[in-house]
Design a protein around this ligand. Structure first.
Ligand code: SAM
Length: 287
């Protein structure tokens, strides 16, 4: 892909000039991790501030309608503080997490707090739920959502940080959730290594994410709008399986969700890339 076409994608994505300049000064076909991170923060910061776009890749449908399509129940959606669901997920990690009272939960890329608020109801008032996100406006929004309910979510804490460098103690977490986030990370090995570090022995991963079902053409991987829209960064299923196994996880299970093509198509009606990716349920255990 040429520098010109990346610049065109950036213009479409409405990212700041600073990022466009960084890309403009790079050799053709190379998008730096820093530029990608900045574009992710810009996109999700704008969504946090305006809530004007539901669906990771866009689409603009009502957030609750989208989340109901993913499997969230009307009861669950009604229980979440207003503004806590921005319709940015691609699955229902809680449905596979089997949370029990007393467990400590960490949500990687917690957005406006949806899965954290639901997890808090399941683990009990005295157990900790930690949401992590690198976009300051998202963290501000999730904290505001929690505070709007008085003490109801006193056990839920939102921390600003990157999932590649978790500000969380070793062996302190029972369950790691994540919904439509790890595809956005440039260094997925580091994310899973960090997840392994903070999990207790016997702790588990319950992740919904976009994965590649076919090899993604390299030029699309350099398209910042497709990356921030949760498609271009998708890793192949066998690569994720190998990564998790090599790090030391056991009972690795990655199940593509066949119905997901329907909502993914809406994220990018004008890109054929939607046919290369699928939402998957990813589970694993730290022995
Ligand atoms: C598609 S949204 C999903 C939000 C939330 N999980 C949900 O289901 O509503 C992705 C979120 O991940 C955050 N994010 C992306 N890459 C990240 C990283 N490397 N570290 C921390 N947060 C990240 C973004 O800021 C954004 O809030």
């Amino acid at each position: 892909m040429s520098v010109e076409s990346i610049a065109e994608a950036l213009a479409h994505c409405d990212v700041p000039d600073m990022i466009a300049e960084q890309v403009g000064s790079m050799p053709a076909g190379r998008l730096s991790t820093a530029a990608r991170q900045a574009a992710i923060q810009e996109r999700y910061g704008r969504i946090a501030e305006t809530a004007d776009q539901a669906g990771c890749g866009g689409g603009g449908a009502d957030a609750d309608v989208l989340s109901a399509q993913l499997g969230y129940t009307p009861d669950e959606l009604a229980s979440v503080p207003s503004g806590g669901n921005l319709g940015l997920g691609c699955g229902t990690p809680l449905a596979m997490a089997s949370l029990k009272p007393g467990e400590t939960v960490l949500d990687l890329g917690s957005g406006a707090g949806l899965d954290c608020f639901l997890a808090a109801r399941r683990v009990g008032d005295h157990e900790r739920v930690i949401g992590m996100d690198m976009t300051p406006a998202m963290i501000a929004r999730s904290r505001h959502n929690a505070q709007s309910q008085g003490n109801r979510y006193a056990n839920v804490e939102f921390r600003l940080g990157e999932i590649e460098h978790l500000p969380v103690a070793d062996a302190s977490v029972d369950v790691i959730l994540s919904n439509c986030v790890i595809n956005l990370a440039s260094n997925k090995r580091q994310v899973f290594q960090e997840a392994y570090r903070v999990l207790k022995s016997g702790g588990r991963l319950a992740i919904s994410d976009i994965v590649a079902s076919r090899e993604i053409p390299p030029e699309w991987r350099e398209d910042v709008a497709l990356w921030t829209g949760c498609m271009a960064g998708a890793a192949p299923i066998d690569e994720i399986e190998t990564l998790l196994t090599n790090i030391g996880f056991a009972a690795v299970r990655i199940v593509p969700q066949s119905g997901s093509h329907e909502f993914i198509r809406e994220w990018g009606p004008n890109t054929p890339l939607t046919a290369y990716v699928v939402s998957a349920a990813i589970e694993a255990l730290k022995p």
